[in-house]
Design a protein around this ligand. Structure first.
Ligand code: NAD
Length: 260
């Protein structure tokens, strides 16, 4: 079964992993809806670059912390494309600090964007998938959905929650030809990781080079960052017919981190 002609929404895809998955999907002939924040001209350039693969690519700037904005975006996508076949819940933010200094508003924002947004996209996208008789839901969790690291209380909680959501939804839609799975990446060199290097250095009293060597890649037994292309490949596999009976599970792409 070819995926060409299907339509995918990738949330938080104006940079990093989301953009990499959008690229991989567009190369496979999938129409893509990108979403996220950033400079308007840069986003337009990314959108046009995706269309260069011969697919339709559109941008919706919905704020994923706002349930109403998510609902409106999904209705518009279904109206524009006729159906929404694939949802990749990828939007996410991070904040690193000891729990006693962790700002409550950062906790709320991380839970809203990293976890609740997936609930809202799923609840509004599933009717279109059921109507079409096929669907794929892919939730970007993290190695931090499986194990913890200090100073990331909100992020680790949200990512563990993402795996619970993945399992529950998978059971509910198992007989509708819709699968729901999570991908748990280790560290990927994206703007999100760039930003947390100085914060982690401050929280742990290390230099930035020490953070890369002794904190980030210390956990990854391959001693290599995961790439966005590897994650796009994993997402495409989960969309393929070979993965039809894979549901409610998570795939760690973490260089062996969570095997140890
Ligand atoms: P990134 O910062 O490069 O990209 C995040 C994207 O989310 C951007 O497009 C940004 O505009 C968007 N975004 C942020 N807040 C938003 C909001 N309120 N509404 C809509 N869009 C919003 O990050 P990334 O590293 O590519 O991370 C993508 C996902 O992968 C996240 O869920 C992250 O937790 C997860 N992840 C990342 C890593 C890593 O090492 N980079 C590892 C494991 C999991």
């Amino acid at each position: 079964m070819s995926l060409a002609g299907k339509t995918a929404l990738i949330t938080g895809s104006t940079s990093g992993i989301g953009l990499g998955i959008a690229e991989g999907f567009a190369e496979a002939g999938i129409n893509v809806v990108i979403n996220g924040f950033g400079d308007a001209a840069a986003i337009e350039q990314e959108r046009a670059g995706l269309e260069a693969h011969g697919v339709k690519a559109v941008y919706y700037g919905a704020d994923m912390s706002k349930p109403d904005a998510i609902e409106a975006m999904i209705s518009s996508i279904v109206e524009e494309f006729g159906q929404l076949d694939i949802v990749v819940n990828n939007a996410g933010i991070q904040h690193v600090s000891p729990v006693e200094e962790f700002p409550p508003e950062e906790w709320d924002a991380i839970l809203a964007i990293n976890l609740s947004s997936a609930f809202h996209t799923i609840r509004t996208a599933v009717p279109s998938m059921k109507h079409a008789g096929w669907g794929r839901i892919i939730n970007l969790a993290s190695a931090h959905g499986l194990v913890a690291s200090p100073y990331k209380s909100a992020y680790v909680s949200a990512k563990h929650g993402m795996l619970g959501l993945t399992k529950t939804i998978a059971l509910e839609i198992a007989q509708d030809n819709i699968t729901c799975n999570a991908i748990c990446p280790g560290y990927v060199h994206t703007p999100m990781v760039e930003k947390q290097i100085p914060d982690t250095a401050n929280a742990r009293g290390l230099t930035e080079d020490e953070v890369i060597r002794d904190v980030l890649l210390a956990a990854q037994w391959t001693k290599k960052f995961v790439t966005v292309e590897q994650l796009a490949g994993t997402a495409l596999f989960l969309c393929s017919e070979h993965a039809e009976n894979i549901t409610g599970t998570s795939i760690a792409v973490d260089g062996g981190w969570t095997a140890a």
